[in-house]
Ligand binder design. Sequence first.
Ligand SMILES: Nc1ncnc2c1ncn2[C@@H]1O[C@H](COP(=O)(O)OP(=O)(O)OP(=O)(O)O)[C@@H](O)[C@H]1O
Length: 569
Amino acid sequence: MATSSYAFSALGSKRIDFDLLLRLVPILVEVGWDVFNVRKPDANGWNAESLSRLAAFFTPSEPKSEPTIPMTDGTHDATCNCFSIRPSYAPLAPEAESNTKRKLTVRQGSEVLTLAFSEIAFTVTSTKPDGKAGKRKHATTLYHIIWAEVSGATLTVSFVEKKEKARSVCIKATLHGSTEAEAAEWVEDLLNAAYKDIKRNKKLKVFVNPFSGKGKSVELFNQIVKPILDHGKCFLDITFTTHRKHAVEVAREISLDYDAIVVASGDGLSHEIFNGFAEHENPRAAFAIPLAPVPTGSGNGCCLSLLGLEDGFDPTLATLNVLKGKYMRSDLCSVTQDGRRTISYMSVAIGLMADIDIGTEHLRWMGDTRFIYGFLRGIIRQRPYPIRISLKVSERDKHEMHETYQAAWHKQDDDVETCWDDLLPSEKLPPLRYSEAETDGWEDFDVPTLYFYSGLIPYVGRDLLQWPLALPSDGLIDIAVQETASVMSLLGGMGIAPQGGQYWSNTQHFFKVHAYRIKASGTGVLAIDGENNPCNDIQVEVHKGMGAFLSPSGRFGVHFDYPAPGSKK
Ligand SMILES: Nc1ncnc2c1ncn2[C@@H]1O[C@H](COP(=O)(O)OP(=O)(O)OP(=O)(O)O)[C@@H](O)[C@H]1O
């Protein structure tokens, strides 16, 4: 769980983590200086005007009846003091291994080891001098096997092991009691089981953005990502991006024989790649190549959405997803603004959430804590954004949407009909279905808006499961509109936002739509997939299954089950 969200959960439950509070203090101080325009105390102590501004803020002026999100219901996990979500993918317990094991004995120094695998698990056990099994040294699932090979009398097996943190392990040992041919057969059986239905020796286009996140992408790539892909015997064609839109330039010319595209960056680079695909001479084939993000950015919402909250910030497990992930079709949308069409795969934000993303660029050194800073600053300043929202609604009742989601989540199918199926030979991209003049079936939604946020994937970052009902290819856009509300209710919502609990808040409105329009003021920021755009009018429509990703489960890595207020769960 994200440390920052842990801190807010902690505030809600009166449990204090001093380390985290220490981390938050400078942020709160910064926010305080900024919001209240308070002068720091000088030699004469506090300035009286500053003190009266602070006092005015802490005097409640809003009605007490403002609904807040309940903090006490749900599946409570005492270990992290949070509400737990069932991940759609989790490593299987090694105990689940079946009895039919294939074993190989090797020697490493003076130690004799038994390597064994079943249909789902792989174990390494030391062997006592009397031949009996000794201590279990490693245990993992076959999903976590990277590679195995035998050369002469030397056996090499590499895998990812997840104890507290995931790390890659490589065992190099000498055959003990078996021939090279017997070992080669064992190796081939292991690889067949570990790569069942998954292509080996993938040809990968790799993008590394040295600028993303805290600027550590190259280091993370060289230390973690590349060694795993090399062990996995992949062919790598690497581009270190040197400027903005570099990935667009490469993607528009991309060779179509790559098995996947590895994106070692944050969410912005995938946006560039999709928009490069849109300019490719064969967009249909380009969009069919799956993206596999590796989280070296700030928010990494896409990686979190694919791997889940627990694993989505882990470069090791994200790299394993490159090797082992399942193909997953994903909806994309077209954002039309001033006659220009942009492809978006993640989000469109106006208001507070756009300010957070774009307005905290100068705080990159904070990592994703900069979003908490931006949020606190924004909810204290709290100003409604003058926009007019018009929606082509498919669903709007929160409880009904939740029920539809639960049923659809369990029925997710690999074989999805996509927007490409209806394309005429003359068309390169899916055509836009809604003209700007069309009003039939469109409805206005008018509230004092703190932020408008539309999305196609569940997570924005570790601290916010913004669109908990998002499904990869339901052909619908998830919309969240946050009304202006009391500071305390918005702060209360932060503690449960990593689990999507704010979905049930009365001041946050949700819709599933086919398309929408925003009439914007022209001032401020409009963020498309976290990238800065002019805040002019937009029209947005979805394209079912237009793009593709790799994901460990072939679904999003989150299953939303945060209980509605008053439910018995
Ligand atoms: N060499 C470079 N120098 C400066 N900017 C670059 C370079 N390469 C790519 N970029 C730009 O970096 C920007 C940020 O990338 P990205 O969004 O992937 O990371 P992030 O903002 O840290 O993470 P997130 O979007 O997950 O919060 C993109 O707009 C991209 O165009």
